[in-house]
Design a protein around this ligand. Structure first.
Ligand SMILES: Nc1ncnc2c1ncn2[C@@H]1O[C@H](COP(=O)(O)OP(=O)(O)OP(=O)(O)O)[C@@H](O)[C@H]1O
Ligand SMILES: Nc1ccn([C@H]2C[C@H](O)[C@@H](COP(=O)(O)O)O2)c(=O)n1
Ligand SMILES: [Mg+2]
Length: 240
C-alpha cells in the first residue's frame, strides 16, 4: 500500500491549532482526510515539447475554475480540473467511481495515484504544451506523488486567496448540482483545505513560484491581477 507518511509528518503537530479536533490530531494526521489504494508502477510522461505547467490553488469556491476559463480564452491553455476529471469517473461509472463519490461527499482527498493518472492521461493526449492544473495538488502527498510519477514540477503556481465566508457564499450559490455543494461538506472541505492544502501553498511560496491573487472582488477585477502573470511569459495570445 502506498502512503507517504514521512513527507507530511512534519506538519502533524503544526496544524493542531487549525483543526480543532483533538482526535483527528492523535491519528497520523492526514490519514483522517485520505483514502488508501495499492500502488502501481511509476508512470512516465514524455513530450517533445517541454510542458508549461501551472498549478491553480485556492479553497472551495475561491474562483479557480472561473479564472481558468479566462486564461484559456486569452492564452490558449488546456484546463485540467482535477475535480472535473474525478467527477467524470463518477459519471462514467468507472471501477473507482463509487470510491471517488464517497470521498468527495466526505470532503476528503482521493488517492494521489488515481488523480495523477487522470491528469497524466489528459496531458499525454493533448497537442498543447500549456496546462492549467486546477485543484491540484491538494496535499503535500499529492504534490510529491506528482513530482515522482510525472517527473515534473510546476513552472508557476496561482493561489486564489479568499476569506472563508465568501467561499461558503459562492459555493452555496453555485447551483451546478454538485454533491459537495452543501454546508456540511463545505465545512469539511474547508478543514481539509486549511490542514492539507495550505502547506502546499507555503511550499511554493518558499520556492518563489507562488503568485498570490486577492480573490475578493468581481471576476474582472480578479482577472486584472491574473492577466499580467501570464502576459509576463510572452505566450502567444489567442485573444487579447
Ligand atoms: N469573483 C467572483 N465573485 C462572485 N462570484 C464568483 C466569483 N468568481 C466565481 N464566482 C462564482 O462562485 C462559484 C464558485 O466559483 P468556481 O467554481 O470558479 O470556484 P472553484 O474555486 O473552482 O471552486 P471548487 O474548488 O469548489 O471547484 C461559481 O458559481 C462562480 O460563478
Ligand atoms: N487533487 C484533488 C482534487 C479534487 N479532489 C476531490 C475532492 C474535492 O473536494 C473534489 C472537488 O474538487 P474541486 O472541483 O473543488 O477542485 O474532488 C481530490 O480528491 N483531489
Ligand atoms: Mg472548480
Amino acid at each position: 500500500m502506498w502512503r507517504r507518511v514521512a513527507s507530511v509528518s512534519h506538519f502533524t503537530c503544526a496544524h493542531k491549532s487549525i483543526v480543532n479536533n483533538k482526535d483527528v490530531c492523535k491519528l497520523k494526521f492526514w490519514e483522517a482526510f485520505t483514502t488508501e489504494i495499492p500502488r502501481k508502477d511509476k508512470g512516465t510522461f514524455q513530450r517533445d515539447k517541454t510542458p508549461f505547467i501551472t498549478f491553480v490553488l485556492g479553497g472551495p469556491g475561491s474562483g479557480k475554475g472561473t479564472q481558468c476559463m479566462k486564461i484559456v480564452e486569452n492564452f490558449g491553455f488546456t484546463h485540467l480540473s482535477a475535480g472535473d476529471l474525478l467527477r467524470r469517473e463518477i459519471a462514467a461509472n468507472s471501477a473507482d467511481g463509487t470510491m471517488i463519490l464517497n470521498t468527495i461527499k466526505e470532503g476528503k482527498i482521493v488517492p494521489s495515484e488515481l488523480t495523477i493518472r487522470l491528469i497524466q492521461k489528459e496531458m499525454e493526449s493533448s497537442d498543447n504544451y500549456k496546462f492549467l492544473i486546477d485543484g491540484f495538488p491538494r496535499s503535500e502527498e499529492n504534490r510529491i506523488a506528482f513530482e515522482q510519477i510525472i517527473g515534473a514540477e510546476p513552472d508557476i503556481v496561482l493561489f486564489f486567496d479568499c476569506p472563508e465566508d465568501e467561499m461558503v457564499k459562492r459555493v452555496l450559490n453555485r447551483n451546478q448540482g454538485r454533491v459537495d455543494d452543501n454546508i456540511d461538506t463545505i465545512k469539511k472541505r474547508l478543514k481539509v483545505f486549511a490542514a492539507l492544502n495550505l502547506p502546499v501553498v507555503k511550499y511554493y511560496l518558499e520556492k518563489g513560484k507562488l503568485y498570490k491573487i486577492n480573490a475578493v472582488g468581481t471576476v474582472d477585477e480578479i482577472y486584472k491581477q491574473v492577466y499580467p502573470v501570464f502576459a509576463s511569459f510572452n505566450f502567444e495570445q489567442v485573444r487579447a
